[in-house]
Design a protein around this ligand. Structure first.
Ligand SMILES: CCC(=O)SCCNC(=O)CCNC(=O)[C@H](O)C(C)(C)COP(=O)(O)OP(=O)(O)OC[C@H]1O[C@@H](n2cnc3c(N)ncnc32)[C@H](O)[C@@H]1OP(=O)(O)O
Length: 634
């Protein structure tokens, strides 16, 4: 195997303290760390415990101080508004200083939480960096979630303020955010002091409408900014939480992944050098959403920490206006590095099978395409390679890890790619494959993908307010290892192949969703006696959710109406992001004699895979009936 990569990987594995203290030198510290890791509370670890820094200063001030103030930091390209706006490093710094001043004037202090519910507009980036400047802990919520999900996050992280906008623009509709925020506040167990609203034209509702009926202060961003004074960066402990980002788990309640400051800054800078090969002056276009971890790391923080330009794109891969828009953006902004999800590439391919609309643009600036969020299937991989003729890099990671676990490390050296594999574990992530009893399996054998503790800098340090849930969920099944929840194998060459989840989490269009949470919604319908939701393979979206309900005896209702009600219920409780459209009314669900629903068997039948009926099944006849509904449908 190639030397540069192998050497870095071995150094990180054998002497992580020295390796990461060296990597940390690329960061601007107010007080440089002398200690790499604090393991006194193992299995909880903290990186660089005696270091002090500010991430917004690393992302902005230091580049201005180095003379790059006029370089573009952020390009806001809105296909929805047909507009392009550029912010130089000096301009972005000014906006961030002022909005940090706004938050400070409103009494936001270091350690306070601020919930950010914004579409893909510059205010999202500005407010995240403003929080980082003060040491306020931000929690960004994706716009496609319903008010109930927003409320659950408000209840859990207890923000003092919410930063939002009039609304988001989807191709088919304008989404009013203010009614959603008001509803979430009514549902949440905690309230906030302030709701700060960035005004957008074309929306019906304004903050003043909500003021009268509320003890919350509904405020206008621009009005506050007019009178605010710029705020300087606060020097923070490396271990200070930068953000809480919620992700789906097996149960209905989302998990608040906590990210630190110094470890994350170090890891992102390392990833730009070793993996993405992005440097000052480069232009990175990550087509995701700031509400996901890919957006946090590779739209907002990493490109700015690295001194590059980040493209913030408000639009879709197709239909805004067509499947050539990625090519248009690459050409217009001379993008050097692009990052997107496989589902976006599949959408492009479906709309434009030869990719001619993208290829019609000047793509000569583009050096590499990175892809993450779900498995990059070989067909889509070959489509992208043939279209672009540059390295197409599948990188595998999770909200929890914050940056790639496995990737072709282009910045170190380009390894030979294998379609279907995100290549090899990244330095710092010591990946092993273990069976259900915790024993290591042979090369090529599938098992649980686990990572030896301590996780490298940048990975989650805990779950918000719940160390025990963090330990119970991830750290106890196999002592000394972090359980990823994914299964897969390492081949003879050390390449990782990720095959799928081992729990009830599914991935729809790169959105991680809990079937357990959907089942809770289905079960709440008065006609439903019991239900199951499974993720089944989908040629476009990777997976889609499919629901099966058994009705209460005596219920006599029109099936089509019932199905519509259930679909609407999921949209109302979880949000459009669940993309839940499919529900079947069935006579019974297959169960073991102890009452456990055989979801895995159901999935296997639906995906057309071979399956064996477990000997513990209560009534095998149920499966025969259910098979009619489960057979491949799409
Ligand atoms: C490595 C670590 C990680 O995995 S982090 C997660 C990485 N994942 C991603 O980056 C997500 C990639 N996927 C996407 O960007 C989108 O799915 C793409 C491919 C662009 C397609 O978007 P779209 O056509 O909207 O389909 P969808 O399935 O995402 O949407 C389903 C319904 O939800 C809606 N929606 C979407 N975004 C928002 C939003 N910000 N605010 C409000 N609503 C939103 C869509 O409009 C759609 O609604 P509808 O059902 O059509 O009415």
């Amino acid at each position: 195997m190639a030397q540069e990569y192998r050497q870095a990987f071995n150094q990180a594995a054998t002497d992580p303290a020295a390796f990461w203290l060296t990597a940390a030198r690329e960061v601007q510290w107010d007080k440089a760390p002398t200690q790499a890791i604090d393991d006194s509370k193992a299995p909880l670890y903290n990186w660089f415990p005696d270091g002090k820094l500010n991430l917004s200063a690393n992302a902005l001030d230091r580049h201005v101080a180095a003379g790059r103030g006029d370089q573009a930091a952020l390009i806001y390209d809105s296909a929805m508004l047909n507009s392009k706006t550029e912010y130089s490093y000096s301009e972005l710094l000014r906006e961030v200083e002022i909005f940090a001043g706004v938050l400070r004037d409103r009494g936001v202090k270091t350690g306070d939480r601020v919930l950010i519910y914004l579409p893909m507009i510059p205010q999202a980036v500005i407010s995240m960096l403003a929080c980082a400047r003060l040491g306020a802990v931000h929690s960004v919520v994706f716009g496609g979630f319903a008010p109930k999900e927003l409320a659950a996050r408000i209840t859990d992280c207890e923000p003092v303020a919410i930063v939002t906008a009039s609304g988001g623009i989807e191709p088919s509709r304008h989404i009013e955010y203010l009614p959603a925020v008001a509803e979430a506040l009514a549902l949440a167990e905690k309230s906030v002091r302030d709701v700060i609203v960035s005004h957008r034209d074309g929306f019906e509702h304004s903050p003043s409408e909500y003021q009268d009926a509320s003890e919350v202060n509904w405020l206008d961003w621009d009005e506050l900014a007019k009178v605010a004074q710029p705020a300087a960066p606060v020097s923070l402990d490396s271990t200070h939480p930068l953000y809480v980002l919620y992700t789906s788990g097996t149960t209905g309640s989302p998990k608040g992944v906590v990210r630190d400051t110094g470890g994350y800054t170090t890891a992102l800078q390392f990833s730009m050098n070793a993996i993405y090969d992005v440097h000052p002056g480069d232009v990175m276009f990550t087509a995701s959403d700031v509400g996901w971890v890919v957006g946090h790391s590779y739209i907002v923080y990493a490109p700015l920490i690295a001194g590059a330009t980040s493209v913030l794109y408000e639009g879709k891969p197709i239909g805004t206006p067509d499947a050539g828009v990625f090519g248009r953006i690459i050409e217009d902004h001379k993008v050097t590095t692009m990052f997107t999800a496989p589902t976006a590439l599949r959408a492009v391919r479906k709309a434009d099978p030869s990719g001619a609309l993208i290829a019609a643009h000047d793509l000569s600036s583009l050096r590499a395409l990175f892809v993450a969020g779900e498995r990059l299937d070989p067909d889509t991989y070959h489509f992208a390679v043939d279209l672009l003729g540059i390295p197409v890099v599948d990188n595998w990671w999770q909200t929890e890890t914050g940056w790639p676990i496995a990737s072709n490390p282009l910045g170190l050296e380009e390894l030979t790619a294998k379609a279907g594999s995100p290549t090899t574990p990244v330095p710092g992530f010591n990946v092993e494959i273990r069976d259900a009893l915790g024993a290591q399996v042979a090369a090529g054998d599938e098992g649980n993908i686990v990572i030896k503790l301590p996780l490298p800098p940048g990975a989650l340090t805990t779950l918000w307010g719940n160390d025990q849930r963090f330990i119970d969920t991830y750290l106890t099944q196999i002592e000394g290892f972090y359980l990823t929840g994914d299964s897969g194998f390492l081949d003879e060459d050390g390449y990782l192949f990720v095959m799928g989840r081992t729990d009830d989490v599914i991935n729809v269009s790169g959105h991680r969703l809990s079937t357990g949470a959907m089942e809770q919604v289905l079960a709440s319908h008065p006609a439903v006696a019991e239900c199951a939701v499974i993720g089944i393979n989908d040629a476009l979206k990777g997976q889609r959710a499919s629901g099966y309900v058994v009705l209460k005896s005596g219920v006599d209702t029109d099936e089509e109406t019932l199905k519509k009600e259930i679909v609407a219920l999921v949209r109302q409780h979880i949000g459009p992001v669940a993309d839940f459209r499919e529900v079947s009314v069935v006579a019974g669900l297959p169960k073991t004699r102890s009452g456990k629903i055989l979801r895995k068997t159901m999935r296997q039948i639906a995906d057309g895979k071979e399956y064996t009926v477990p000997s513990t099944i209560e009534d095998p006849a149920v499966l025969d009936d259910l098979a009619n509904y489960l057979r491949p449908q799409g």
